[in-house]
Design a protein around this ligand. Structure first.
Ligand code: ATP
Length: 275
C-alpha cells in the first residue's frame, strides 16, 4: 500500500506498515500488532513526543545501567522489528550490558528471527535463543530465560513487557526499568522505574546519555527514583492534552499535544474564535 506523505500520521503509518510486514515474516506475532495499536493510542494522547518527565526517567535509567553489576535488556519481536538499531546503540554504549531474546509467544523460529535481526543491527552477543532457566512462579514459555542473562541480572530493562513477568522479576529482587506508553498498564504500575515514552525515542535518549563520557560504576546501588510521580506526570499530561482538546475546536491534522502547543505559540494558522 502507498502511503501519502501529506497524511498527518505518515510517520506512524510507516512504522505500522513495517511492523505488519514483519508479522508476515514471523518476527512479529499477530498479538504484537494489537499491542502496537495500544501503544499508538497512548502516544497520540501524550502528544507524540518525549515529555520532560519521561526524559528525566530516561536519564535516571542510563544512570542505573551504569550502576548495575549485570544489566540485561530484554527484546521481543516488536522491539526487534521497531528498534533493533537503537538496541544495538545502547549495547555498544554500555559494554557490560547483555541483550536477551525474551518472547511472550515463543517459537524457536521467532527466537532465531529476533536474534538475527539484532545481530544484523550490530548486537554481538545475543542471549535467550535457547533458554537455560525459568523464572519461578510464571506459567508457560513466558518463564523461560537465560541463566547468564535475565536470571543472573540485577537490573532488567523490559520494553513492551507484560505485568506478570514484571512482577515475577521484582519478586526475584531485580530492579526493573519498563518502557511502555501506557502509564496504566500493570507493567508501568509495577516497574521500579517506568519510562512512559515511545520505544525508539526512549532507547535513543538512553543511548545519548550512555554515550556521554563517564565510567561504568557497577556498584549495584541504584539512585532513588520517584515512580509514582513519573506515572502521575504521564497521566497529568494526558489529562491536560484531553482537556485542551475538548475546549478547542477540533484540529484533525495533529494530535492534541502538538496542535495545542502550536496554538499556544500562535503558529496555528487562522484564529479559531467565532466572529
Ligand atoms: P500489562 O500486562 O502490563 O497490563 P498489557 O496487557 O496492557 O500489559 P500488552 O498490550 O501485552 O500490554 O503490551 C503492550 C504494551 O506496550 C502496551 O501497554 C502498549 O502501550 C505498549 N507499547 C506498544 N507499542 C509501544 C511502543 N512502540 N513504545 C512504547 N510502548 C509501546
Amino acid at each position: 500500500m502507498r502511503l501519502s506523505r501529506s497524511h498527518p500520521r505518515y510517520a506512524s503509518l510507516r512504522i505500522r506498515a513495517r511492523l505488519a510486514a514483519q508479522a508476515h515474516t514471523g518476527l512479529v506475532a499477530p498479538e504484537g500488532l494489537i499491542a502496537h495499536g495500544r501503544g499508538e493510542t497512548f502516544d497520540y494522547l501524550l502528544g507524540e513526543r518525549t515529555t520532560p518527565s519521561a526524559r528525566a526517567a530516561e536519564r535516571r535509567a542510563a544512570e542505573w545501567i551504569r550502576s548495575a553489576r549485570l544489566p540485561v535488556l530484554s527484546v521481543n519481536g516488536n522491539v526487534a522489528a521497531l528498534a533493533a538499531n537503537e538496541v544495538a546503540r545502547v549495547a555498544r554504549a554500555s559494554p557490560g550490558l547483555s541483550v536477551e531474546v525474551n518472547l511472550f509467544h515463543r517459537t524457536p523460529a521467532r527466537a532465531r528471527a529476533v536474534a538475527n535481526a539484532l545481530r544484523a543491527a550490530g548486537v554481538r552477543n545475543v542471549l535467550g535463543v535457547r533458554p537455560s532457566a525459568r523464572i519461578p512462579g510464571l506459567p508457560s514459555d513466558r518463564a523461560r530465560v537465560d541463566r547468564r542473562g535475565i536470571l543472573a541480572a540485577d537490573l532488567c530493562i523490559i520494553p513492551l513487557e507484560d505485568g506478570d513477568r514484571t512482577r515475577a522479576l521484582r519478586v526475584l529482587g531485580k530492579k526493573v526499568v519498563s518502557i511502555d506508553l501506557n502509564p496504566l498498564s500493570r507493567t508501568s504500575q509495577e516497574a521500579d522505574l517506568p519510562i512512559v515514552d515511545e520505544l525508539r525515542r526512549a532507547l535513543s535518549n538512553i543511548a545519548d546519555e550512555l554515550e556521554r563520557p563517564g565510567p561504568p560504576e557497577r556498584t549495584g546501588r541504584f539512585a532513588r527514583f520517584d515512580r509514582r510521580r513519573a506515572l502521575a506526570d504521564a497521566l497529568g499530561q494526558i489529562g491536560r492534552n484531553l482537556k485542551r482538546a475538548a475546549a478547542a475546536r477540533p484540529q484533525p491534522s495533529a494530535p492534541p499535544g502538538r496542535a495545542l502547543r502550536r496554538r499556544a505559540r500562535g503558529t496555528g494558522g487562522r484564529s479559531r474564535r467565532t466572529p
